[in-house]
Ligand binder design. Sequence first.
Ligand code: 2RA
Length: 339
Amino acid sequence: MKVAIVGVSGAVGQEFLRILSERAFPIDELVLFGSERSAGQTYMFNGKEHVVKLLQHNDDFQDVDIAFVSAGGGTSKEFADTITKHGAVMIDNSSAFRMDAEVPLVVPECNAADALNRPRGIVANPNCTTIMMVVVLQPLEQLSHIKRIRVSSYQSASGAGAAAMAELQTQYGQLLNGEEPTVSRFPHQLAYNVIPQVDVFTDNGYTKEEMKMFHETQKIMHTDAKCSATCVRVSSLRSHSESVWIETEHPITVEEARKAIAAAPGCTLKDDPSQCIYPMPLDTGGKDDIFVGRIRKDLADENGLTLWLSGDQIRKGAALNAVQIAEYLLKHDERLSKK
Ligand code: 2RA
């Protein structure tokens, strides 16, 4: 099995290296690709040094079986043909192809089998906030159809990449020293602040991030559920959280919801308010599951349920989900399972 990582120097690229190694993903040969800035850098993988190659339009992907790509939408669009033309499966972390009708958008806990039908050779990894929410909504959908979703996100700096995480940390240091904080990765100073904007605004007053939650949820869960989101950047470093309210066709009790979430793959129930136990970003960073707590009946709607979730945005929100897609393909894809 020959595996490529495109964009290995970024926060998600680095997480690919850790997760592939931790999960003992079967790799005979690993090739790393990057931009001119990172070409020539070296990274250790399973005790061996690997040099980053410059991503170019050539035949470097000739024998590659699976390419994990996380280098931004522009790079994904420009290099998709180069990556897939010899048969490599491109698992793309960018938003470039997510709503393309010929590209499956996959969260294995919800729609793993969609990854088997990929006319363009691409499987898209959804946006982090969507992945985290649908993993938790899937077991509730089995109890009663979810008609409407309202969600506010609390997104950490990590969602904007490694440089944004560094900017947040630098801002705290600068403020402590009485200096003017550097602001370049976010629209405003993030330290000691919350910013009700993630990504740019669209014509309807919602941001692109919020519209991703609307459209991607429907595609992944094969549902007509409408999702209205407010996405907010907060000053946690890593791990996104979400406050989610769902309206279901029939009422679901808190106990039923707790039981379903506790049993669901990819979810961990952490819900004991009497002991101040609920998920928080400081605890969920570096973990694989999405943690769920504060499950309660909505006071305004008989069929409403409210919950809080938190999970590592770089892991399940990005790299881990992509690796889980690849693991599924290794078991079930006609060609890859024979390798
Ligand atoms: C963010 N969801 O948190 C984005 C990253 N994909 O900025």
